[in-house]
Design a protein around this ligand. Sequence first.
Ligand code: MV4
Length: 487
Amino acid sequence: MKKILVANRGEIALRVMRTARKMGIATVAVYSEADRNAPHVRFADEAVLLGPAPSTESYLNVDKVLRAARDTGADAVHPGYGFLSENAEFARRVDTAGLTFIGPRPHAIEVMGNKLAAKETVGAYGIPMVPGVDEAVTDVEEAASIARRIGFPILIKAAAGGGGKGMRVVEAEDELDEQMKRAISEAASAFGDGSVFIEKYIAAPRHIEIQVLADTHGNCVHLFERDCSIQRRHQKVVEEAPSAVIGPALRRQMGEAAVRVAQSCDYVGAGTVEFLLDADQQFYFLEMNTRLQVEHPVTEMITGIDLVEQQIRVARGEALAFTQDELTIQGHAVELRVYAEDPLNNFLPSIGTLSTYVRPTEARVDDGFEEGMEVPIYYDPMIAKLITQGATREEAIARMLRAIDAYRIEGIETTLPFGRFVFSSDAFRSADFDTNFVKKHYQPEAIERGDRQIESVAALFAAYIYDRRARELTAPHPASVQWQRRR
Ligand code: MV4
């Protein structure tokens, strides 16, 4: 492998290219008209313009990406996350073009991309699953009988869904008819597939995911868990590794289950197995993500392993250079996603130019921006990830709070103040939270209070400057200065 085309943009494109360069592999960037001056374009050894800003005409366009690979003589493609990363057809076409897809085989992407197919595949491997069905349900009578068997509340999910889209909680039988109809039509219009299935609703779970890594020689290990329970409307905000509530025994059980999930679909490369963990510490398989995830850095921090390097090595056909027993957890890591959104205004996208952009120095910052750049409206609003580590969870959190304060972003609103709120909150610090954290604890006032403190310091400082300048103006008369001092 001599030249990798990175079929992505922003922080993850840069992240992948840095490791490729470290390994002595040349890099090709692709970009849209909105990204002409983007850092990933300037960092790459070569860059190819795909087309106009909209993703469908650039980063999602398979033909254009493959043509760029052919024209530059790239021999491998890294898809990053989002865009084409979990598109089995793209992986297949990369193969057909004689290039190496840095990721799992199309079959694994396909199976795990459909929640029902995933449950069916995994079911045979003895993985704990939420009580429910692993077949599409379209009939309301059938749904009612399933619901009676497993007991209300139930959750209706779209087979083709993900990220919480098309999910409906049903508390009692008299709502079932209407909610089923809605779920089916919503799934049909959103995903072009009206299949839904039913599970027992777990009311206040934690979202725990396990990083796995598999090679083409039959070796598969897990790199422990990430706790991603702090989410806002299915958008992750804060992640950490390890989880503060998981002990060694549960960690081993969940890790072994995740490895079996990977084996069930002949997984190759880096993947993530998601579980729900209920208040009684029972865990249930949710789904598998067949890509490198946004939050992979916290795992890198606690294991010391460069996951992109491992992806590349596995794609080159190398065997994993370590066994499960050789992997250990070093300290604790936390990550904050910084979005161009206004936490005081219902997290509306905040557009504009980064007039000031100064990174904190004592944190890992994975970003794709420079001062003076505009945040394009066409893509994901995440502008950076802040990652800190410590010997203990407390230390990692203290470093995060210092990094948030040292991060200077002006010109747009960001979720940095929201991050400060999370990391300062008693619920987070005591690890007493679940996926309802934001709903339960966050009000915009929590942030406004912080702002008012800063404003009062600024007002004091302004008064001081005003006073000093007033003295300078009256300096020729020592008596007047003394008079002011006495006041
Ligand atoms: C659930 C659940 C409760 N019970 N399944 C949301 C996204 C999708 N991947 C699965 N999700 C959930 N599935 C059962 N049977 C609660 C959620 C859920 C959730 C899961 C992980 C992280 C945040 C969440 C927020 C709300 C609901």
